[in-house]
Design a protein around this ligand. Structure first.
Ligand code: GDL
Length: 698
């Protein structure tokens, strides 16, 4: 929608107190009562005012929503509600009946009221009904009673709201809780329009933004949804949620939500990482964001930088959070832990604290082992940690640099080996990369020695994982530089399990085309649009035409000298069809412009040109690939995609490896395969002069 449209609408701005805080709304292990109480303390300290209790996998919140709380649970909840009160935090109790409720059955409505009445007796004053992540198809009984799903939800929500005495805070989470879920669009969604019209005005609506996990949330998008909902939404922000990927954790600052949003919203609740302690940054920076516009004059913003918020700098908010977090890392949290951690003092004159054990601490004698002393964690360590686990759509600066450097080192290693003037730069950048990897290892060591074990344990799997990932990359760069044998670390036939990471899920992902192709390296924008589709027999003449055209172009000045054929020629010339699922065609606006074909078993093609290839080579690389691209295809990405898809089909067929033959004069394809990284030059006896073989194991 255009800006002009949005100004025509009635402005719908937030009224009443701005709701700010945390929603425990993720899947997986809920937080403990102690952690929640700790959360209230933090919220109070940082100026946040609300906690929405909505742990998806708590039995009685969702699956067994009808069940009342037993005495022990009741006691715990009462304790929690009063702890929230003590810390001036509004405790909002949410229930998710949507998995199996029959809206039209009065017994179901009664069960819902009974449950919420019980929680009201515990001292709770604010409530929420959540209808996210449920089937949108109504049961036949409900279809008879309600004209739509939205009508059913709204009817029950209004009734419960009135039953509870119209609480000041009452939140409703729609089933279409973000723009991508709305059909055909936010403004035309009949579901959302019904909610907007029929939901009583005292009820607020939760909204996650353009997507479930929204990269950015713009003022315009909020104006649009507000006009449909006829109220300003409360953002349920999944920016730091990590329940959808066990390898990710988000320690970057609250970001990409302009503070201009604040007057347009009823509130913001963050649904953060499942692990409680690492949420320090998520919650601290949200608090800084919420306070930003109220806290004095806007900051100076450099002219022309429209991306910058005049009131809030994510970088500064992050630094503030990390500085406070460092203190928490350094505080001992374990009752049985060391009385005072043995940290190396940085030129401090302080006497060590006295222990209360009655005995004097052990002091090693001469010639005995010195006590282990840990390096203290630094702010730079935490900055690096946050950079490595930043945000769902963005890596931190150091992480980006490391990826870019690795990419460069990989792509330039052959040129650096061949041309001496490039060697020095390659070596120096390889050394810098190594230093960055070492900093990750050192950070890991210092974190593991930090006195606060609760934070460490929440972080442990993630930091271990990144340490191993970085370790593999580091070893690979050493291999590229010729410092260690590839077989020693990486390309071993029988690697340790940490050499092939990710388990079964990793296997599945590696078999899918395009895996890992998130555009981290920001190639210059390409204007051409390509289509990759499966090869069909009708493509044969066009494929052959491209093959001949490229063959001719390659012959150049040596055209008169007959060139020895390649094993893959019979594939390209249509004499042997590609194996099943092993043919791909590339098309652009002008038509067919490239192809990638493979034969799982290359032997018949070799026999056709009477090429003798040793059995051991075929055993290691049984499959052959033919890839060709017309010169007008300057963007290497479609070819990369085709090779990726082809290799995954070849791998699925059980083949151990694939090779391609290239003429030495074919710089373009040599360059392409070298840059892919996985293909290496292979020595083969009896190859005609001028032909090179590049191969990859699968
Ligand atoms: C969701 C779920 C939420 C989950 C999040 C991230 C909402 C309203 N519901 O869709 O429980 O934690 O995604 O996976 O966001």
């Amino acid at each position: 929608m255009s800006k002009a449209d949005s100004t025509k609408r009635q402005p719908v701005t937030g009224t009443g107190r701005f709701i700010s805080g945390v929603v425990e709304g993720f899947y997986g292990r809920p937080w403990t009562m102690e952690q929640r109480t700790e959360l209230f303390k933090r919220e109070q300290k940082w100026g946040l005012n609300t906690y929405l209790y909505a742990p998806k996998d708590d039995y009685k919140h969702r699956m067994y929503w009808r069940d009342l709380y037993a005495a022990e649970e009741a006691e715990q909840l009462m304790g929690l509600i009063s702890a929230a009160k003590q810390h001036d935090v509004e405790f909002v109790y949410a229930i998710s009946p949507g998995l199996d409720i029959t809206f039209s059955n009065p017994k179901e409505v009664a069960a819902l009221k009974r449950k919420l009445d019980q929680v009201k007796e515990f001292g709770c004053r604010s409530f929420s009904l959540l209808f996210d992540d449920i089937e949108t198809e109504m049961c036949p009984a409900d279809k008879q009673a309600f004209s739509s799903f939205a009508h059913a939800q709204v009817a029950i929500t209004n009734e419960v709201y009135k039953h509870l005495g119209e609480p000041e805070v009452f939140l409703f989470c729609p089933t279409d809780y973000c723009a991508v879920f709305c059909t055909p669009s936010v403004t035309q969604s009949s579901y959302l329009n019904t909610v907007g019209e029929k939901l009583l005005p005292g009820i607020d609506v939760l909204w996650t933004g353009p997507k479930v996990v929204s990269h950015k949330i713009s003022v315009e998008s909020i104006e649009e949804v507000s006009s449909v909902l006829k109220r300003a939404p409360v953002i349920w922000d999944n920016i730091h949620a990590n329940d959808y990927d066990p390898q990710r954790l988000f320690l970057g600052p609250y970001k990409d939500r302009p503070t201009d949003l604040i007057p347009k919203l009823k509130g913001v609740l963050t649904n953060p990482n499942c692990e409680f302690y690492p949420n320090f940054v998520a919650i601290h920076t949200l608090a800084t964001w919420c306070k930003a516009p109220a806290e004095g004059a806007p900051r100076d913003v450099e002219m022309g930088d429209e991306e910058q918020d005049p009131c809030y700098s994510p970088q500064k908010a992050l630094n503030l959070a990390l500085t406070d977090w460092l203190e928490e890392f350094m505080s001992t949290d374990q009752p049985g832990g060391p009385c005072h951690p043995r940290l190396k003092k940085e030129s401090s004159e302080e006497e060590p604290m006295q222990t209360d054990m009655g005995e004097s601490p052990y002091v090693p004698g001469p010639g005995e082992n010195p006590l282990y002393t840990a390096e203290p964690l630094t702010l730079d360590d935490l900055k690096l940690l946050s950079d490595l686990f930043y945000l769902p759509y963005e890596h931190g600066t150091t992480a980006r640099t490391m990826l870019q450097e690795l990419d460069w080192l990989k792509n330039q290693s052959q040129a650096a080996a061949a041309e001496t003037d490039k060697t020095a730069e390659w070596c120096s950048r390889a050394q810098q990369f190594d230093n960055m990897c070492e900093a990750v290892v050192q950070m890991f060591n210092r974190l593991s020695n930090a006195p606060n074990r609760s934070i460490l344990y929440d972080l442990y799997n993630y930091i271990c994982d990144i340490k191993s990932g970085v370790g593999l990359a580091r070893a690979y760069v050493k291999t590229l530089g010729g410092h260690s044998q590839p077989s020693a670390q990486l390309l071993n036939d029988d690697p340790e399990p940490w050499g092939f990471r990710g388990g079964l899920s990793g296997e599945f992902q590696r078999m899918l085309p395009g895996h890992g192709n998130r555009d981290l390296f920001r190639h210059p924008p390409m204007t051409a649009v390509y289509c990759i589709r499966p090869y069909c027999p009708e493509d044969k003449p066009e494929v052959e035409r491209i093959f001949r055209e490229m063959q001719k172009a390659g012959e150049g000045k040596t055209a008169l000298m007959a060139q020895p054929p390649l094993i893959s020629d019979s594939l390209s010339a249509g004499e042997i069809p590609p194996s099943s699922l092993c043919g791909l065609i590339l098309e652009d606006d002008l038509g067919l412009c490239g192809y990638a074909l493979a034969l799982i078993d290359a032997k018949p093609a070799a026999a056709k040109i009477q090429r003798a290839v040793s059995g051991s080579v075929f055993e290691e690389f049984p499959s052959v690939i033919a890839l060709e691209m017309l010169p007008r295809v300057t963007d290497p990405s479609p070819a990369k995609r085709m090779i990726g898809q082809l290799l995954s089909s070849i791998r699925s067929s059980g083949s151990r490896g694939a090779f391609c033959e290239l003429r030495q004069s074919n710089r373009r394809m040599l360059d392409f395969y070298s840059k892919l990284g996985s293909f290496k030059l292979v020595q083969m006896d009896g190859l005609p002069q001028d032909i090179l073989v590049m191969a990859t194991s699968l």
